[in-house]
Design a protein around this ligand. Structure first.
Ligand SMILES: [Zn+2]
Length: 105
């Protein structure tokens, strides 16, 4: 990069408070975290890791824009590759979010 100043890239809007989502070391999180917004999408999410997948910047951008993202190349327990539509939804019983998978028919 030739520019000295590093521009912070906003990947989309936080579904909780509407602020920008930015990339951090461990995840893609809300830029409002300093004042208490806890929305974050972990890079090493356990659910995705169980299907040999990591959260990518492209996935986050699409998810924040459309509310759903098609994740390709997931690996099943039997070792088969498959694609799935994923949403990132708030748990009913706490303030955390989790990936939810949707299969297209
Ligand atoms: Zn937020």
């Amino acid at each position: 990069m030739s520019r000295e100043k590093k521009q912070i890239e906003v990947l989309g809007n936080c579904p909780v408070c509407g602020s920008g989502i930015i990339e951090g070391q461990k995840g893609f999180g809300c830029s409002n975290w300093k004042i208490g917004c806890k929305f974050v999408i972990w890079k090493n999410d356990k659910f995705l890791a169980s299907m040999k997948k990591k959260t990518s910047k492209t996935m986050v951008k699409t998810l924040l824009k459309n509310g759903v993202v098609t994740v390709k190349g997931l690996t099943s327990k039997k070792g088969n590759k498959f694609d799935a539509n994923m949403r990132y939804e708030k748990n009913a019983d706490n303030e955390f979010f989790n990936w939810k998978m949707e299969f297209t028919k």
